[in-house]
Design a protein around this ligand. Sequence first.
Ligand code: AMP
Length: 209
Amino acid sequence: MKLVFLGPPGAGKGTLAVKITGLLNAPHISTGNIFREAISSASPLGLKVKSIIDAGKLVDDSTTIGLIRERLAREDVKDSYILDGFPRTITQAEALAAFSSVDRVINFDVPDSVVIERLSGRLVCRKCGFNWHKTFNPPGKDGVCGKCGGEIYTREDDKAEAVKKRLDVYREQTAPLIEYYRNKGLLTNIDARPNVDLIVENVKKLLQP
Ligand code: AMP
């Protein structure tokens, strides 16, 4: 099944995709992860996008569409994938429709107050990428990752100014995709306020044949 995960930053799309990818045997493709890997390896793409991402703005459509077009041309995603963080604009959604046919779009619905609470407390492991939270799921002793011992850090774009910008960008450019996919009959809303395991159960129920 070819799935798109939609929702504001902090809805938990990435965490949920990591849990669901194995269940569906559908590769998880996150444009945010692709960009962050490019930044940590200081590749030309990474150098180009770093300041944009740190400021909470969107990378330009043609760069982002090019990346996804290339990724979706590979054999492992011929029948199934989970797109997490793409599309984020109507232009991206139209481009995607021209080279792949999405089966279903799940919109993870969550109010701004929860987004701010989640993002402002998020801590990420530099080594394994696991998302922790200062209050709800602290990483372990001495500021190292409780899973792999890696260094814990706060994403530059989880700092207050960038979070505000990301929410504005979401409202202006990404939220219109809800209507876009609803009109195509592809959209289902899921309440993303409960804990992750409960949301995973709800997604599983939804995707049962
Ligand atoms: P994420 O991890 O999905 O929150 O993405 C982190 C950042 O990467 C976003 O705030 C954007 O700066 C950039 N990004 C990720 N996906 C896209 C996209 N589809 N279009 C433009 N920029 C993106």
